[in-house]
Ligand binder design. Structure first.
Ligand SMILES: Nc1ncnc2c1ncn2[C@@H]1O[C@H](COP(=O)(O)OP(=O)(O)O)[C@@H](O)[C@H]1O
Ligand SMILES: [Mg+2]
Length: 388
């Protein structure tokens, strides 16, 4: 009996302590959140400021306009200007911003340049963390919000900086951690400590993002001309050493017209044609029913077409990439291990399963389903998510 009574007392004490802890939690307004930190996991790097392309076609005018904006004297009287670049996915926003970011005049004009790939995660914490990471600050991971804010302010104080926020998404049902006016107002307060002339370039698919963030009219990225798309397409379709036979060129140009001026679609379709050598094979793609575009601006059918031409194994391996958050970079070797672990690929006579993985990967890469991120790190194109 005594034993029971003591146990009861102890239990009451514990319950009291738990109640006090719960009370303190509400006093401090601590809330339970499930934190998505996928884009900050070391292995999965984000898009960078480096251009991986051998050549960029047809964006000289756009680049000139953005550079002029950044360097224009009237900017130097404003404390923080935000210039949004808006366009469909795959149209070349990131590429354009990379060109501007790496321009020599731009480099000379600013004291400091910072590149942040935002993607789905626009929270105060993730933004501050990404900025500190981009600035190679030590031990930023162990800092709390307050300390991060102080550090960012300290680093930007009195500097004329250029900050790129690549691929910003607005908050929506699917994009819970996306941008809101309130979150932007909070962050802007922190970022306004730079010196006059500091600028932010924002790339986004969503004109609402431009309305929320922009301090001036957005730059709407136009479609690439058919000629430029053709140059891109043939780079993939014919490569360096395949003969550009007149009958294939004629069909190819027809195909390119259906790309809707999207460099991503031109590259993807060029990849599809790479393994086709006869006129009949090319005509099959040109005449495909998948082309019927419901809407002129919709390039998805084009990308679906390149997906539908994959073998079932390739389809499965590629579709699997949809599990990665948008714009995360994927290590080739890890992806191959994941395909193996999921049983998507198996060994063949004289080929180990891992070698089969490399073959699958190479084929997807040649067909433009992955984008090179340098040093064996790759980006699964947004197509995987949209198509499933
Ligand atoms: N002007 C261009 N010339 C050549 N390739 C381009 C051009 N613009 C984009 N690309 C290529 O097209 C693909 C999509 O471009 P990206 O800049 O990632 O588009 P976005 O950021 O608008 O989604 C990338 O593989 C990129 O290398
Ligand atoms: Mg982009």
């Amino acid at each position: 009996m005594i034993h029971r009574r003591e146990l009861g007392k102890k239990l009451n004490k514990i319950i009291g302590r738990l109640d006090r802890i719960a009370q303190r939690r509400s006093n401090f307004d601590l809330r339970q959140v499930v934190r998505k930190r996928s884009s900050e996991v070391a292995e999965w790097r984000q898009t960078s400021s480096t251009i991986a392309l051998p050549q960029v076609y047809g964006r000289d005018e756009d680049k000139k306009k953005v550079v002029e904006f950044l360097l224009s004297p009237s900017r130097s009287s404003e404390s923080l200007s935000v210039y949004p670049i808006v366009g469909l996915g795959g149209l070349g926003k990131t590429t354009l911003v990379q060109m501007v970011y790496n321009d020599q005049q731009v480099g000379n004009h600013f004291d400091l340049k910072i590149w942040v790939c935002v993607s789905e995660n626009f929270t105060r914490g993730s933004m501050l963390r990404s900025i500190l990471k981009a600035m190679e600050v030590d031990k930023y991971e162990s800092m709390d919000l307050d300390a991060m804010e102080k550090k960012v302010k300290e680093l930007l104080q009195g500097k004329k900086y250029l900050l790129v926020l690549d691929d910003v998404w607005k908050r929506s049902q699917e994009m819970e951690l996306g941008l809101t006016q309130h979150k932007w107002d909070e962050l802007r307060t922190v970022l306004s400590c730079g010196s006059k002339g500091s600028s932010i370039l924002v790339s986004t698919r969503d004109k609402h993002v431009a309305t929320i963030m922009g301090t001036c009219q957005a730059h709407h990225l136009d479609r690439l001309s058919d000629d430029d798309c053709w140059s891109l397409f043939k780079l993939r379709a014919f490569g360096a050493d395949r003969e550009e036979r007149a009958e294939l060129v004629a069909i190819g140009k027809e195909i390119v017209r259906k790309c809707g001026g999207s460099p991503l679609a031109a590259l993807a379709l060029g990849g599809v044609m790479q393994s086709r050598s006869t006129e009949k094979e090319w005509l099959e793609v040109q005449k495909s029913e998948l082309w019927s575009l419901p809407d002129e601006n919709d390039i998805m059918p084009v990308l679906r077409l390149s997906y539908s031409s994959l073998t079932p194994t390739l389809k499965q391996c590629f579709a699997f990439c949809a599990i990665f958050p948008k714009d995360t970079e994927i290590k080739k070797q890890e992806l191959i291990y994941l395909w193996m672990a999921n049983g998507f690929i198996s060994s063949r006579p004289n080929l180990e399963v891992e070698e089969v993985g490399h073959m699958v990967w190479n084929e997807l890469y040649q067909k433009s389903f992955f984008q090179d991120g340098g040093s064996d790190v790759f980006l699964a194109r947004f197509v995987s998510r949209c198509m499933i």
